[in-house]
Design a protein around this ligand. Structure first.
Ligand code: HMG
Ligand code: MG
Length: 307
């Protein structure tokens, strides 16, 4: 079995992580976090979310954060800073703040779609088509998510065929990549591989990404299972921050530090410097007054203290 030689990581902590914090994190801390992440060698950092402030108040400083990140002297060439846009209103605000790349987010489960973005899946795809048209007119790249690719917090198990249907539509609409979200982290290597196989039958595997929450501690195993099928893009979250406010109980995305540790051990290149990643994780964990959820980070930081 041949694993890929190189993997791209999409850091989602500043968005997926901080959208789910009870306390509102000051914009200055968010900006500093993204700046630190920019210096680690990561090539994509999802920075914020242009959603409704009534739905997700944690992201209501989106314009201030994105503007500061894009104007920062610590910004690195070649790093992209995508932001979530649920509709044209969010898209327009993102463009106004300077966004060069946006991400739209659909679901494979009707109930989750309703709870998360207040509309049915087919209605959401119509809204996203309008976003794609507007983005194409401005030559902006659009990434897509499908949530609940293994299970839904409201409906239970989700059929891989339903995931593949939505993934295909998003890809056919012009999204350059479709990230498959195990929103509640219920997947195991077998169910994740079944789901990827269904999606890869209709969207080239190079256009698919894995976005695995670690609620049940399966995310690293699921990444390995995805690598076995040739997937080369994974989303991860610094210090394992995160969750979705509309998937109660779901914990953070797989920790970036854990993924980099796994990939380094497999000899797979990521371009990410572990020391700088650890420092970024320590920075945000200190601010949140908790230890990083990443086991690799905790072990590596403890080993550093001993040395
Ligand atoms: P809605 O209430 O149905 O929207 O919300 P509406 O179109 O009926 O408008 C109602 C009001 O909201 C209006 O204002 C609009 O202007 C305003 P009013 O006239 O009453 O003053 N509005 C907005 N304001 C700011 N920004 C906007 C916007 N749109 C409308 N973009 C909506 C629909 C989609 C906006 C709402 O449901 C929403 O913001 N949902 C976002 C929920 C969310 O952010 N969830 C977490 C991210 S997804 C996730 O975490 C999963 C992922 O990580 C993958 C995985 O793990 O599976 C990506
Ligand atoms: Mg997520």
């Amino acid at each position: 079995m041949r694993l890929p030689k190189r993997v791209k990581l999409v850091e989602v902590g500043p968005r997926d992580g901080l959208q789910n914090e009870k306390q509102i994190v000051p914009a200055a801390v968010k900006i500093e976090l993204v700046e630190r992440l920019s210096e680690t060698g990561l090539s994509a950092i999802e920075t914020t979310s242009f959603v409704s402030p009534h739905w997700v108040p944690q992201m209501s400083d989106h314009s201030e954060v994105l503007r500061a990140v894009l104007a920062s002297p610590r910004r690195r060439p070649g790093v992209s800073y995508p932001v979530l846009t649920p509709n044209l209103k969010g898209f327009d605000a993102a463009v106004e703040a300077g966004a060069q790349e946006v991400a739209i987010f659909a679901a494979a489960s009707e109930t989750f779609s309703q709870k998360n973005i207040n509309c049915r899946i087919d209605e959401s795809l119509k809204r996203f088509a309008a976003v794609l048209d507007a983005a194409s007119a401005l030559d902006l790249k659009v990434r897509a998510y499908v949530s609940c690719v293994v299970a839904c917090p409201y409906e239970g198990a989700v059929d891989p065929a339903a995931v593949a249907r939505v993934a295909r539509q998003l890809h056919d609409m012009g999204c350059y990549e479709v990230s498959l979200g195990d929103t509640i982290g219920a997947g195991t290597p077998a169910s994740v591989q079944r789901m990827i196989e269904a999606c890869a039958a209709v969207v080239p595997i190079e256009r698919l990404a894995g976005h695995y929450h670690d609620t049940y501690g399966m995310a690293i195993a699921n990444i390995y299972a995805s690598l076995e099928l040739g997937m080369t893009v994974f989303d991860s979250s610094i210090a394992g921050l995160g969750g979705c406010p509309y998937a109660i109980g779901a914990t953070g995305n797989v920790a970036s530090e854990d993924v980099v540790f796994l990939l380094q051990g497999l000899g797979i290149e990521t371009g990410v410097e572990m020391d700088k990643l650890l420092a970024a994780g320590e920075f945000i964990s200190r601010h949140l007054a908790r230890e990083p959820a990443s086991k690799a980070a905790r072990a590596l930081l403890a080993a550093k203290m001993i040395r």
